[in-house]
Ligand binder design. Structure first.
Ligand code: ZN
Length: 114
């Protein structure tokens, strides 16, 4: 087997392993931080402030392309943030894997040609 084929097979195996790791943690959505006023009219947040927060909010496009989201409780901030990062890394890995797949298919087609 030529070196380049061996290299791309190694890289492919690496990517598949990384994809599995990222996929376990991946969370879909775009994080943002918001500051809010509460329900107590006499609270500082209704006057000079500061407002309450930051609250972590995750935006995402749900089924039928509708944008939706949810607030993340403080205890879940870290794993949710890590999950969002994992999702992005997952996309990078998938893109690279798809490129290798495409190249392999094209190479095979070329070799099969009489
Ligand atoms: Zn308040």
């Amino acid at each position: 087997m030529p070196d380049t084929q061996l290299e791309s097979r190694k890289r492919r195996d690496q990517l598949l392993k990384q994809i599995q790791q990222y996929a376990r943690k991946a969370v879909f959505g775009t994080p943002s931080e918001t500051y809010r006023t509460c329900g107590t009219p006499t609270c500082r947040c209704h006057g000079p402030g500061p407002k309450h927060g930051p609250h972590l909010y995750i935006n995402f496009r749900g089924k039928h392309g509708k944008t939706t989201g949810y607030y993340v409780p403080k205890a879940a901030h870290k794993p949710i943030r890590e999950g969002v990062t994992a999702w992005q890394s997952l996309q990078d890995c998938l893109r690279e894997l798809a490129e290798i797949n495409k190249q392999n298919v094209l190479d095979r087609a070329r070799q099969a040609r009489p």
